[in-house]
Structure formats: C-alpha cells, structure tokens
Ligand binder design. Structure first.
Ligand SMILES: [Fe+2]
Length: 539
C-alpha cells in the first residue's frame, strides 16, 4: 500500500494545471489585505468575478499542514495564498499552487492545495483564486504541536434528509456556532459521515458548506452511505494519505467516492475508513489498511482513533442491518489486537457509548452502565455513535432483538440496551461529541447543541412527535449540557506518551518498537513556510 496525495480514482480525469515543488514568496506589492486590517491595494478587494465557491479547510497529514478544497467555475491555474498574522512566523505571503480538475458531475471544476510548513501558535490568513480574482480572506490558527488538545465529532448532518435543506443547514450552522463558541480552541472538526442526503445535490452541499467555521477549523471528512453514490464528495473534499484502491471504494470507480485515509495530529493517529465498502473481502481490506497504518505510524502515536460511518454497536434503527452484523463480526478483535483506543461512528442518528470492548466482548462484566470513568486495559476499545449534528433526522432507540442477531442481545445490567452499550440516548435534539486528549486519559462527552426549539428540522417539520429526555416526558435540557461524559484511562498511565500499555501485547499496538520506523515512516513536517524573505504583510 502506498500513500500518495495525488492518487486518482480510475475514471476521474484530473488535470494538473499548476505544479510547484516549493512555495513562492511574493513581494510587498502583492500583499493582500485581510478583514482585520485591509490595506489599499489594487489586488485587495474581493473580485465580483472571483471564480471560487465552496471553500473548505481540511486536515493535512500532520498538525503542520492543512488542505484547502473548493469549487471553481474555471479550470485555469489557481493558488492559495497564506500569510501569518500572529505568532513567530515571518510575515510574508506564501503561495501554494493548486491542483484543478474538471468535475465529473454538476459541471465546473474543483481545486485543492496542501498548505505545509505551518508553525505552532500562529494565526494565518488565506485566500483562494488567481490574481485580481480572489475569494474572501479567511483565517485559521495553529496551537502547540505537542500535548493536550480537544477535537469535536459531528454525526450525520445529512443536509436535505428532513426534506428542507435550508432548515437542515441552519441546524448544522447552529451546532458549529454553539460548539465552537463553547470550545474555541478545539483543533479538529471530525465528521461522522453523511454530509448530505443526496450525493450529487449541490444545493445540499451549499447548505452544508454555508458556515464560515468550515473555513476556520479543519473538517476531517468521513464518507457516509448518502455521500458515496456520486463524485461530489471527492470533488468537495481532498483528504491526506488517501488510498482509493478498489476494496475501499464500494463499487464503480466512475460513480463512487471515498477511500481510506489517515493522518497524525499531535500524537493521535486518526484512521478514517470508507465503511460503505464492506462485502467481498472489503472488511479484511480495511483491517489490512488499519494494520499497515498502525505498524507504520503507531510508534509516533499516543492514541489511535478510528473513524467510519456505519456504527457497529448501533442503538437504534440500524442496529441489526445485515452489513453491520457483518462488521460486528469482522472488526472488533482486529481493533483490539491493533491497540485502537477509540472508534467514532455515525449512521444511526442516536447516541451510544460502549463499555470497554475487548475482542468483541465486554472486557469487564462488572462495568456499570453509564460509568463516569473506565479503565481501558490491554485491547480495550470504546465505541461511540454520534447523534445528528443538524437535527435533520433522528432514529429512535430500538430494543435488542436476538432473532435478528443472536450476538447483539440485551445488556444483563440494563436489558433495554444492547449488551455492548454503556449509554444509549435519543432526545430528538442536536448534539456533538467533544473529545479531550490528555497524556493520561481521553475524555469523551456528548453535549447538546440545541433544544426542542428551532433550528431543529425534524421537530419543526413533525418528523418526530416528541422531544426531550425520557421520550419527551422531561423538559429539554439547555444547550451546552451533557448527555454523557466518560473519562477513559489507559491501563497504565505512565504519561510518557509512548508505549504506555494500552496497546495489545502482540506488538502491533502502540509499542515504541525498535525506533527504526520513525525516519522512514514519519509523516512529513516540512518547512515550506520558512523563508528568509522580508515580511510583506499588512500595514
Ligand atoms: Fe448513514
């Protein structure tokens, strides 16, 4: 398996209109104004004919990179211009040439560029386009490149699934606003998949992309079953280290999107799978991808977090789908053996947090439902399912049904719940998941980002007939309140960030190993933003 940012899906014609191995430093005359301190200049204003729309900031291969993706009405050469506006980086503009390709569906073009060499604790401003035709200017910031950080996880926006994309988009915008107001220093926005209801519907994509938070914080895209049926997903998102080999692609390469990808961020190895591919050996291929990635990069990682769309421990409508029954058999033992710590999932538009699961079974039979703290132990994995982040659609919890799947019966300690889950929740309100990454623990919280009031499309449109805790019998809880919170402690909290004992003993987990993997396999933190040119920045 090889990592290649330019790996192409067969049938996708990608025309590289601008290439550049090194960044270009521009002189003072080309300095661009930002919304913070605009400087009079011929090239400052946003052009009415700017060809660029749908800009989204994405994750890069490491904490020192970001990927910017967008749509364009023209296929001409385009760039991303980046400049530091605070911190220790030199104040000059650096240009990153874009790859621009004709869209396969819906006309027009898509572009993306990888920003590399970012410095820690720096705020950057950026814009996309060509000379005289620039997008508005946006900004993002980096923080320390080591140590503690928080990220947020968002389940199924699925814009359009209520039947009203505008209302669904308003719900997502509000969740992004509320969650980032409460957590302004969160560093990643991780997707649980199903960005939109209909894969190639650009009106839904526009509603999804409406919030400027998506241009300020990096969105780690995950492909859901509603995104996979067309090429728009990969026209809108470029992801790092993506392998689009056939087993990860779920069907026709000419009509499907996706792939498995990975990145490492401040000591956490994130592995994002296209779980739409599940039959014909695809689960084995996913396990192979996770195995290879953990072997190559696990030594750099304090924790391993998997992300994919189809929750294997669903609490609601999809609990006993045939494909999930298959994944439920295929995945857990491998994930335990590989030292995976946390699995983030979507698809079921309801919330669940599993017990500590080892090799597909509850690791500690005495672990209490809703425990506030759990000991992970070797091979222990926590599986989380996120509820809707937009309010477009909710699924009600379902009773365990062993006639559907004898291996997914009731919890002896709480027979209304499935055996794997410590917490199952549905209130028909928007939520998001906050994850705190600390040296000696992971803290997972499910937080309400809305109430029963608008924006809450499924409630507004009568798609559900109750709202609030206890099937609507209790009053809705306030925005920011917690549905669930758990502190996950590795079995051995040595706090040294390496080989801290929460991997599996077979050596495939987080062992520091012999150390010879670093030089060959480290994700690159190159220094393209470091130049000696004089600062050409805002006056
Ligand atoms: Fe889904």
């Amino acid at each position: 398996m090889k990592f290649d940012n330019r790996t192409q899906g067969p049938g996708l014609v990608r025309r590289r209109v601008a290439v550049g191995a090194t960044a270009t430093v521009m002189g003072l005359s080309a300095a661009f104004g930002s919304g913070l301190t605009a400087t009079a200049h011929a090239d400052v204003s946003v052009s009415a004919t700017a060809p660029v729309t749908g800009i989204i900031l994405g994750v890069g291969a490491t904490e020192s990179q970001r990927i910017v993706s967008w749509y364009s009405s023209v296929g001409t050469a385009q760039t991303v211009e980046v400049v530091a506006i605070s911190g220790n980086s030199a104040k000059h503009i650096v240009t990153f040439p874009a790859t621009v390709a004709a869209n396969s569906v819906n006309g027009g073009y898509n572009g993306h560029a990888t920003i590399t060499g970012l410095k820690k604790n720096t705020t950057y401003s950026y814009r996309v386009g060509t000379k005289g035709k620039w997008s508005p200017t946006y900004s993002f910031k980096t923080q320390d490149f080591k140590g503690n950080f928080d990220f947020l996880f968002f389940g199924d926006p699925q814009i359009g699934s209520s039947g009203d994309a505008v209302k669904d988009g308003a719900g997502l915008q509000d969740t992004l606003k509320v969650s980032l107001a409460a957590n302004p220093n969160a560093e990643l926005l991780v997707s649980g998949g199903d960005q939109v209801e209909s894969a190639n519907n650009e009106a839904q994509w526009n509603a999804f992309l409406a919030s400027n938070k998506l241009r300020q914080y990096p969105w780690a895209a995950t492909i859901g079953n509603h995104d996979v049926g067309g090429k728009a997903y990969e026209q809108h998102f470029w992801t790092p280290n993506t392998d689009r080999s056939a087993p990860y692609y779920s069907g026709s390469a000419t009509t499907q999107s996706g792939g498995d990808y990975s990145y490492i961020y401040k000591g956490v190895l994130f592995i994002d799978l296209n779980s739409n591919a599940y039959a014909n050996g695809a689960d084995a291929a996913h396990i192979g991808y996770v195995t290879d990635t953990v072997k190559k990069y696990g030594s750099q990682a304090k924790y391993t977090v998997l992300v994919y769309h189809h929750s294997i421990y669903s609490p609601a409508d999809h609990a006993n789908d045939g494909d999930n029954q298959l994944r439920r058999k295929d995945f857990p033992t491998a994930f335990s053996n590989l030292g995976v710590d946390l699995v983030l999932q979507g698809h079921d538009h309801s919330y669940s947090r599993s017990y500590v699961i080892k090799n597909g079974a509850k690791a500690n039979p005495s672990e209490k439902p809703g425990a506030a703290q759990v000991e992970q132990g070797p091979g222990g994995v926590i599986y989380v399912t996120a509820n809707s982040s937009s309010g477009s659609k909710y699924y009600d919890l379902t009773a365990p049904d062993t006639t559907e799947d004898p291996n997914y019966g009731p919890d002896p300690l709480n027979p209304k719940s499935h055996w794997a889950n410590s917490v199952e929740n549905q209130e028909h309100v928007r939520t998001y998941v906050k994850v705190q990454v600390r040296d000696d623990k992971l803290v997972v919280e499910n937080l309400r980002s809305g109430t029963c009031a608008a924006p809450n499309a499924a409630v507004e449109l009568g798609k559900v007939d109750w709202c609030g805790p206890n099937s609507g019998a209790s009053a809705a809880q306030p925005v920011g309140s917690a549905v669930d919170k758990v502190v996950i402690r590795p079995s051995s909290s040595t706090g040294n960030g390496q080989g801290n004992g929460h991997g599996q003993s077979n050596g495939n987990g987080h062992s520091n190993g012999n150390g010879n993997g670093h030089s060959n396999n480290s994700y690159s933190n190159d220094n393209k933003l470091t130049t000696t040119a004089p600062a050409a920045w805002l006056q």
